[in-house]
Design a binder for this molecule. Structure first.
Ligand code: COA
Length: 319
């Protein structure tokens, strides 16, 4: 296995291609800027630093083995100007995993170019290199980067608190990931357009009840629950789930960063001491401390509609 892309790689508005010594000035233009380097693991680069990278790490045109990274320059179609660069790191051949990175010229920000380029990179990762899982690691303060990951349908899986003393300050890291099957699901009708509202999703209740659920062992529950992701908005990260609580489940006190609504389909759910049956609805504002569990012997199946990414946090001794 390995990756030998056919260059140039074309997306709608961009060209991705290997970097060459001719990109020296273009790379220095933005990689020397402190604001560009604020949340990335390198300091502003001068011409010597860029030249050295071009002669070594960025000279690669493909990936032969894991541990290697492929850096590609990004140009606007027809203009020949370097507007940024993207990186695909092949983390593990055994686990078919990789990681993406991206650095763009601030003069070309807020046009969706970085999103489009990383989308192209994910095509290489999943379609050509055959990866199963691709991650992006983002400094919590780097909101444009986190938004980009969410726009691509990457799931926020971890919030690591003060995991690094980064450039002299303790920093939090957000870890995003997308799996091969999630990527394929996004591409059933071709590439999604991150600027368009997603089309309506229609699922009839009997079909919903028959959905296959995956077992998810989450820290907040004493046993695995059944989960099926129904919908994720590519821009806001809002997520809708079909959830099945097994009978007898207990949940630790927790809260979600997003407001959310539960609609019970089957069985009974106990919420704040009240038993809710099929057709019942309850809403939790963002940050509410949650106390709920299945009430009946059959467990409970419900739809959970989150307004945004459903980050969850355990709450000790509150309530
Ligand atoms: C991270 C970084 C690449 C993000 O840049 P960006 O300009 O926000 O990203 P894009 O080019 O994809 O543009 C997306 C923005 O353009 C908007 N946009 C406009 N036209 C668009 C289009 N046709 N398609 C998609 N988005 C479009 C989007 O709504 C979005 O704005 P929002 O974030 O306010 O919602 C950039 O900030 C950067 O290079 N930072 C320095 C290096 C860095 O930190 N890298 C990340 C390390 S983890």
């Amino acid at each position: 296995m390995g990756l030998v892309p056919r260059y140039p790689i074309r997306t709608e508005r961009l060209v991705l291609r290997p970097l060459t010594q001719a990109d020296l000035d273009g790379l220095v233009t933005y990689r020397s800027l402190p604001e560009v380097c604020r949340y990335v693991p390198f300091e502003p680069m001068d011409a010597d630093a860029v030249r050295e990278q071009l002669a070594t790490h960025w000279a690669r045109r493909g990936l032969d083995e894991d541990g290697q990274s492929l850096g590609l320059g990004v140009e606007l179609v027809g203009e020949g100007v370097l507007i940024g660069d993207v990186l695909l790191r092949w983390t593990s051949e055994e686990h078919r995993s990789g990681e993406v990175g991206y650095v763009f010229h601030p003069g070309y920000a807020r046009h969706g170019y970085a999103t489009e380029a990383v989308h192209g990179l994910l095509h290489l990762a999943f379609d050509d290199l055959g990866l199963h899982r691709v991650t992006a690691r983002v400094d919590l303060r780097n909101t444009p980067s986190a938004r980009l990951a969410r726009r691509l349908g990457m799931r926020e899986e971890a919030h690591l608190r003060e995991n690094e003393c980064f450039k002299g300050e303790w920093s939090d890291e957000l870890d995003f990931a997308i799996l091969e099957q999630e990527w394929r699901a996004q591409h059933v009708d071709g590439c999604p357009d991150p600027t368009l509202p997603v089309a309506a999703t229609v699922v009839r209740i009997p079909d919903l009840a028959g959905r296959e659920l995956r077992d998810a062992a989450l820290e907040i529950y004493d046993r695995p629950i059944g989960v099926h992701l129904l919908y994720r908005h590519p821009l806001t990260g809002a997520e809708h789930y079909l959830i099945r609580y097994p009978p007898g489940l207990t949940a630790a006190s927790h809260r979600h960063s997003a407001a959310h609504t539960f609609i019970v389909l089957d069985g009974e759910l106990e919420v704040e001491g009240e038993r809710l049956g099929p057709g019942s609805y309850c809403h939790f504002p963002a940050g509410t401390v949650m106390h709920h569990a299945p009430a009946g012997a059959r467990g409970c199946t419900f739809v959970a509609v989150f307004d945004g990414p459903q980050d969850v946090e355990l709450v000790d001794g509150e309530g």
